[in-house]
Design a protein around this ligand. Structure first.
Ligand SMILES: Cc1ncc(COP(=O)(O)O)c(C=O)c1O
Length: 360
């Protein structure tokens, strides 16, 4: 077996122990006589897998009793429409902080259902920072405030959450869920596509405060109404059974690592290793203001496209793959999610040093 260090923004690296467990279970899950993929979602065996995944997530995120946990399809992108359809009708208006592609997409979708107020934006500096926010900036009559807690493409994250008072805070946590400790009670909704820190693509986790359920616009399709999914415990229709099963294994892995708090400590040390190198390098530099740097996605550049390309090619030959930056930023991006071992970041930093020496 030869595994690379995969720095992809997602789908991306999963813990090897999870893959090995899935391999063991692949042809026959426990004594069921079939694989998880072949099970009816209404079977006792599958219900146990589902219940375990859900209760593990509740456990590792300390999700309070007044929240529901849903496993839905359509990716995080479907939430950009589902959220306004379910929440905006209270006042017909939502607030949003624009920190990149994913909040822009959320704005475009929300505009179809109500009034969108962009509270602040970091577009002026290529989304390289998180705007300063003050409670007075939010509309008193917004139904909710939408943010992306971590910006996968630009490598920024909120280090403090905005104070929105009584207005529900909705967070797109696709690229940093389970990477640091969050107090779930501060949010109205947390949503996250699984394919970065939780499992394979195909499932989107939605954590929603109970008092926000049951207010969908009358035009809302059945499949986009949170109430339907809550009433049916995410099984109104066939859920993405295999993806949820893998998520359950990943949640168990998180527990085995010592929980989210311990992963946060490891993530901080991984990110610091790379940032410390970038800060002293005369060839490479990070693109984000220091105080808003992501723990998960680290874009960096040399300022010379030809050098960037050479670096990416040579890194690949050493098994350091998917380091090409997003097309809108260029350069490189190292996504170092929970399952990226410390050793992977260390190997990357060693190669960065060597490359700098050799290409002075
Ligand atoms: C922060 C964020 N939100 C939303 C999305 C879209 O997710 P999906 O492809 O599951 O729709 C992504 C994808 O990378 C993302 O990084």
């Amino acid at each position: 077996m030869s595994r690379v260090y995969n720095f992809s923004a997602g789908p991306t690296v999963l813990p090897v122990s999870v893959l090995e467990q899935a391999q063991k279970d692949l042809v026959e899950y426990k004594n069921s006589g079939m694989s998880v993929m072949e099970m009816s979602h209404r079977s006792k065996d599958y219900q146990a897998i589902f219940d375990q995944a859900k209760s593990s997530l509740i456990d590792i995120m300390s999700i309070p009793d007044n929240y529901e946990v849903l496993f839905l399809q359509g990716g995080a992108s479907t939430q950009f429409a589902m959220i306004p359809m379910n929440l905006i009708s209270k006042t017909g208006k939502m607030d949003i902080v624009n920190t990149g592609t994913w909040t822009q997409r959320a704005m475009e979708e929300a505009k179809k259902f109500g009034e969108v107020n962009m509270v602040a934006s970091s577009k002026d500096k290529m989304y390289s920072y998180i705007p300063e926010l003050d409670k007075s900036m939010f509309s008193k009559d917004a139904s909710y405030v939408h943010i992306a807690s971590n910006n996968t493409i630009y490598g920024t994250r909120y280090t403090t959450l905005p104070d929105t008072g009584d207005i529900p805070l909705v967070a797109d946590m696709s690229s940093n869920i389970l990477s640091e400790v969050y107090d779930v009670s501060k949010f109205g909704i947390i949503f996250a596509g699984a394919q970065k820190n939780m499992g394979p693509s195909g499932v989107c986790v939605v954590i929603i405060r109970k008092n926000l359920i049951g207010h969908a616009m009358s035009i809302t399709p059945t499949m986009l109404d949170y109430k339907i999914h809550v009433e049916n415990d995410s099984m109104y229709n066939t859920p993405p059974t295999f993806s949820i099963y893998i998520c359950g294994l990943v949640y168990q892995w998180v527990k085995d690592q010592g929980g989210v708090k311990e992963l946060q400590r490891i993530n901080e040390s991984k990110a610091n290793l790379l940032y410390d190198f970038l800060d002293q390098s005369s060839m490479f530099r990070g693109t984000v203001v220091k105080k808003d740097r992501s723990l998960m996605n680290i874009p960096f550049v040399t300022g010379n496209e030809e050098l960037d390309d050479r670096f990416i090619k040579q890194a690949k030959q050493l098994g350091l793959v998917n380091l090409k930056g997003h097309r809108s930023v260029g350069g490189m991006r190292a996504s170092i999610y929970n399952a990226m071992p410390y050793e992977g970041v260390k190997t990357l930093v060693e190669f960065l040093k060597k490359f700098e020496m050799e290409n002075k």
